[in-house]
Design a protein around this ligand. Sequence first.
Ligand code: URA
Length: 237
Amino acid sequence: MKETRINKYLAERGVASRREADRLIQQGNVLINGKRAELGSVVRSKDRVEVDGELLDTREQKIYIALNKPVGYITTTDVSKTDNVLSLVDLPERLYPIGRLDVATSGLLLLTNDGEFANKIMHPKYGHEKEYEVTTDRPLTAGEQAALRNGVRLKEGMTRMARVRSLGASKIQIAIKEGKNRQVRRMLSVLGHRVTKLKRVRIGSVALGSLPSGHWRLLKPKEVKSLQALNQTAKIS
Ligand code: URA
């Protein structure tokens, strides 16, 4: 079970900055399971944390995270796997990934402990675009880029319209609204190209930005809200 230092735990929940949290702890205002916390005490998922006599209800606390998944990490909740994406997030909550990235794919992966949210936002009717930077073994012609844009045939049927933009000789950006298994790699494979590097850089309004590889951040409330909204405006052009 994961452990988090109490000052970090309080800071991540917006109770206080780490320094203020240390002060609250030193003043004896923080209890863990009824016992006075000390600087350096750790919190686990089942612990009861009280600040100034008020219980922080960790079971009700919903957490939404953006992780920059490095290549080599597996999108699974199986914590017996050491290269599990969950091992990169040092929070006591039981989190799970929203959708998945292949082991060889890097970039933006959302995680949450809010099951309802996860199921909801992955539904195609929400229409959240997922944007990828794709490096291929050789350059794509304008015709091949147009084919990606208009749809290619996979075993499940034609892919939907996509947004495609050249980023250089053998690099494109593609934004899709579906999430079929290994979709981007298979779309390129249909055209005879091998993907040498694949990175997800955006899901809906949540951008990876400059988050370093292997690091995570909490989503801003407005990002969570925008993911929960039906995205009817983002038309593919
Ligand atoms: N498409 C892929 O092929 N792989 C991923 O990890 C995500 C999208």
